[in-house]
Design a protein around this ligand. Structure first.
Ligand code: 13P
Ligand code: 13P
Ligand code: MG
Ligand code: MG
Length: 371
């Protein structure tokens, strides 16, 4: 039996600017998914938020890119967007960029990460979801987790990881992809994914048996819309333990903050702050960019549940161990914000292509003189 884990997310409107998903939208999502569970379409679900992004985590047996699962997510987002419009919430329907649904939600605005797995004896899963950033923000932690022996002790200690891991890297500019194998191609991998605004790690497999280990959403909203429409706010699924990095090795890259693209108006670098679900709401300069992590066990096609059939989901960044990263993030936020609109606080000119910068240049066009 194969089990599929799907996380599909969208910003369909939020309360008080780009701060947080409003309660009525959660209720719509829970009702819809509960109904789908009763109908037998999905086996388990968990609804949560990353700031203003509504996150639908679904476990089922329909495989990846299944049109019924994608339709369920699309219709849920549409209904939630209607509610957001009624309530005049901010950015209602923001990420629903296309109208005609034709079986696959990919390329329509919402972010998708899906992994079909053959269940192992025990399968711990970590889901990451971020707000105010873009797909490339997973490059650094996924590299540390699956390729850096100074991060992941298992790469040195567990013989079943000695064959290394394969990374699929997406070139979002040219819309092409390449698979690189670590440790042999570590330098080439860093060469590409160090450019996190262009290249994103989209999948990771264990090299010796092609076991799926990680998948990320790689939607670039601005490339779909051709203009700035909000940030990608990506999600990732990572599988842990027993011949794969331990949950703790997947979380330890977040011991310190690091810089990601996408803060305020999608136009600034910001320090990533790992937060609990209760702190998953952006404030300062619409940030700082935040990441939540939820963990669960897969059990016979479902999320392992308690005696009242409630999925058991752990809020992994709800831990004082991440206080240092949070404090660093606030300090770095102070340094960057003191710089205002001066690089490197603001993104490079190329990354500003989809903001209002082209309009400023257009306005000044006739006044430029040869120098
Ligand atoms: P407004 O121009 O509606 O204020 O939007 C700015 C913004 O929040 C960009 O996402
Ligand atoms: P979101 O992509 O989270 O809606 O943020 C948009 C923005 O511009 C915030 O400043
Ligand atoms: Mg928003
Ligand atoms: Mg968002």
């Amino acid at each position: 039996m194969k089990t599929t884990i799907s996380i599909i997310k969208a910003d369909v409107g939020s309360i008080v600017g780009h701060h947080v998903v409003a309660q009525p939208l959660f209720e719509i999502a829970k009702d819809r998914l509960e109904n789908a569970q009763k109908r037998g379409l999905i086996n388990s679900f968990y609804v949560f938020n990353a700031g203003d992004d509504l996150e639908l985590l679904m476990v089922h047996e329909k495989g990846e890119r299944n049109s019924e699962i994608h339709a369920l997510a699309w219709e849920t987002f549409q209904q939630a967007a209607e509610k957001a419009k009624d309530l005049k919430l901010y950015g209602a329907g923001q990420d629903l960029l296309k109208t005609a649904f034709s079986g696959n939600i990919r390329g329509m605005g919402p972010g998708v990460a899906e992994m079909e797995i053959e269940e192992r004896g025990s399968d711990p899963i970590v889901v990451f979801a971020a707000d105010k950033t873009s797909a490339g923000s997973f490059n650094y932690p996924l590299f540390r987790t699956f390729a850096d022996p100074m991060n992941t002790a298992g790469l040195v200690i567990d013989l079943s990881m000695f064959g290394g891991f394969k990374f699929e890297v997406l070139d979002t500019k040219e819309n092409r992809k390449v698979v690189l194998k670590c440790p042999e191609e570590t330098y080439e991998l860093i060469g590409l994914i160090g450019s996190s605004t262009r290249y994103s790690v989209s999948r990771v497999w264990r090299a010796h048996d092609d076991l799926p280990c990680a998948v990320t959403s790689t939607t670039k909203l601005s490339l779909i819309a051709g203009k700035y429409v909000g940030k990608d706010d990506p999600v990732a699924l990572v599988r842990a333990q027993h011949g794969l990095p331990a949950v703790g090795e997947i979380l330890v890259p977040f011991l310190h903050t690091y810089f990601v693209e996408g803060w305020m108006r999608g136009s600034h670098w910001g320090p990533l702050m790992p937060v609990s679900l209760s702190d998953s709401k952006c404030t300062v300069f619409d940030g700082p960019p935040r990441m939540v992590a939820v963990g669960f066990q897969i059990c016979n096609g479902r999320i392992a549940s308690d005696s009242s059939d409630t999925p058991m989901v752990e809020d992994l960044f709800d831990d004082p161990a991440f206080e240092m990263a949070r404090r660093e993030a606030v300090e770095m936020a102070g340094v960057l914000r003191r710089m205002g609109e001066f690089q490197p606080a603001r993104l490079s000119e190329e990354a500003m292509e989809y903001t209002t910068l082209p309009r400023i240049l257009e306005k000044l066009k006739s006044r430029f003189q040869p120098a």
